[in-house]
Design a protein around this ligand. Structure first.
Ligand code: ATP
Ligand code: MG
Length: 381
């Protein structure tokens, strides 16, 4: 008899002929996640089994960050030969619980001597006998004692949820524009959840934004990286571009032009990094640079698709998600972001592309971009 973690996958079961590819990838992702705790992962009969781990709590937390995992449970694995032993173990496991329960069994070994309803009845009666303060409720029980008869018998009570989604690496690569705010880490999370590998770019306006603001972004990127099996963070010097825009173009257009530079630079990094798309944390109408007209003007400078997974989200819903993935607190640290430093008093909200081009005309766009790319700092997370 031993204790192990039983991990179920989610959407992968929908995959037809490609299923082995997805299953193998998820196994790699799980292996990497539990490696620091000595965990060993095997796949059998449509489940992953994690054994040998040293720190159970930390191992569970790591598995709960692996996209593709639907749920997991702490299970007891034992021989299925002695039904009495199984009953005994079930009664031991439910010791300390109160209220109502039911036994839910499943047999993938159809030659087993008892049917599922018989197993439920027998174990239920045994538990009641040992723990008379419990009662059975088959419709809405407080606890479910699950018993699975496979190559061995597996018993578990609590099921913990996984993050869902698809294993990272199953759906290409994209570059996230990662600010120090609330929205962009959530946007990156949602795209990574669909199996997309990430890299991140951050525009850094030293000395207008300082080392503490950079540390904050590194901290956010590390939190995201835990879900993404690692990621590269590109810190791009942005001060020269912002100063040029500030000095040479129309003041009500500065934010919009800055956003166009961000997109061009992010696309350059995506090309270097083998990423096929860009991701931003924009949500329609949230600020002046995120009106429909402004988004049309920012999109116009890049060829790659731009994913905006938060486009239809209200801020309160974004905050709720940020809390769930544990980036909210870090995002709320007070350090300045480069956008806030140069924000005009009255930004244009309905920009026209002809006027945007006029505002950009005094700038040597290619030279500014080349110089910024030369100054990039790469951090491996
Ligand atoms: P966030 O909360 O993510 O900062 P926001 O509501 O503050 O978003 P903006 O500042 O207009 O919105 O930025 C919109 C998007 O542009 C961000 O979600 C992010 O993807 C990108 N962005 C903004 N500032 C930066 C930056 N300094 N570095 C990288 N990307 C940025
Ligand atoms: Mg921001």
């Amino acid at each position: 008899m031993r204790q192990l973690l039983m991990v179920r996958y989610g959407e992968i079961y929908l995959k037809g002929q490609n299923r082995p590819f997805f299953l193998n990838l998820l196994r790699q992702r799980l292996k990497k996640a539990v490696l620091p705790y000595g965990g060993v992962v095997t796949l059998s009969d449509g489940r992953y089994y994690v054994t040998n781990y040293s720190d159970e709590h930390a191992t569970i937390q790591a598995i709960q960050k692996v996209f593709g995992v639907h749920s997991l449970c702490i299970a007891v694995e034992m021989s299925k030969e002695s039904f009495e032993d199984i009953q005994n173990t079930a009664a031991d496991m439910i010791d300390g619980y109160n209220g109502t329960f039911k036994v839910q069994s499943r047999r993938s070994d159809k030659r087993y001597s008892l049917t599922s309803p018989e197993i439920n009845r027998e174990i239920g009666a045994y538990i009641l006998n040992r723990h008379p303060h419990l009662s059975v409720d088959v419709h809405n029980p407080d606890h479910v004692m699950s018993v699975e008869i496979r190559d061995h018998a597996y018993l578990y009570i609590k099921i913990l949820s996984g993050p869902g989604g698809m294993p990272v690496g199953s759906n290409g690569k994209a570059t996230l524009l990662l600010s120090a705010g609330i929205d962009s880490p959530v946007a990156g999370y949602l795209i990574a959840k669909r199996g997309v590998e990430l890299s991140a770019v951050h525009f850094f306006s030293y000395p207008y934004t300082g080392e503490r603001s950079k540390d904050k972004v590194i901290q956010l990127a590390s939190k995201l990286s835990a879900y993404c099996c690692g990621m590269k963070l590109y810190i791009i010097p942005f001060t020269e571009i912002q100063m040029e825009i500030y000095q040479k173009s129309f003041s009500d257009h500065t934010t919009l032009i800055m956003r166009r530079f961000m997109m061009r630079l992010a696309e350059r990094i995506a090309l270097l990094d083998g990423a096929q798309a860009l991701i931003t944390g924009e949500s329609i109408g949230q600020v002046a640079s995120q009106t429909m007209e402004a988004i049309v003007c920012t999109d116009a400078v890049v060829n790659k698709p731009v994913f905006r997974p938060l486009i239809g989200f209200d801020k309160v819903d974004i905050i709720r998600l940020a809390e769930e993935i544990d980036t909210y607190e870090t995002s709320c640290l007070p350090y300045e972001d480069c956008c806030t430093v140069f924000t005009p008093k009255h930004p244009v909200t309905r920009p026209k592309i002809e006027r945007v081009l006029k505002a950009e005309a005094p700038l040597d766009i290619d030279a500014l971009i080349d110089r910024a790319i030369k100054g990039v700092e790469v951090i491996e997370l």
